[in-house]
Write a protein that binds this ligand. Sequence first.
Ligand SMILES: [Zn+2]
Length: 294
Amino acid sequence: MSASLKAPIRPAIHRFRLGEADVTTILDGAIVLPQVSPPYATDMTEERRAEVAHENFVPADKTENAFTPTLITTGGKLVVFDTGWGALGHDKGAGNLVARMAEAGYAPEDVDVLALTHCHPDHMGGLLTDGEMTFPNARHVVGRVEFEAWSTGEGIPEKRAHNKELFDKIVAPVADRFDLIEGGAEIAPGLFAEEGFGHSPGHMMYRLDQGKDQLLVWGDVTNHYAFSLRHPRAAIAFDDHPEAATATRLRVLDMVATDRILVAGHHMPFPSVGYVEATGDSYRWVPLTYQNWI
Ligand SMILES: [Zn+2]
């Protein structure tokens, strides 16, 4: 007998209980970038990037960018954070959120609130399916600053010209379905919006408050657990307003490390949930293990 090699198996759905809430993370997909920079650590020399890759046990000549929306059920409401790529991602192995939601026991009609962190395509590309709202019964929320920037084009950098076209095609036609919110808004019982501007003009985070248990859905505050989170001052080509993005990154990393807040991050390694440890003037991603099952 000779054992044959099997196809790799990669987990794509993860769920745990936090206080009185359910938190589910679902891998929308992952793409391989044929280089590290751009987009990551664009201000490091190639040699330094290779050192950082080596220190973090990842390749120096290519990277993976993975996309993980978060679902939270709290107070009888199902909230989905970001849509993944939708049909825009189907030719690159992404756009699997809705299919995997079905595996996790959720129909699109079940969604009570769809909350966008921001309007980059990996976060809003799945808003429509065949021209109809993907989550037809949901209240849709997005930050006012974010929505107005993309609607007017003010503060949108030239490198996001294609993104602006996608916004005009995907989001603008259903603008009346959106409630524009400010930081502090409660979007579901115990779920609050928090400003985290910079990665995009009005990038929003969302905090689940379960008393002693807190979870921050931080969107794209950091874009890579090594090149960005371990090196929070490094330039990231994905950031629309680099100075504000760096300031937000440093503020939020300090907050979640100091207060030991659990984080769900769209681009953190699946299941995309973990803690942040401060190490000198840097930070380290500490993946969630068994804390929420005991
Ligand atoms: Zn993103």
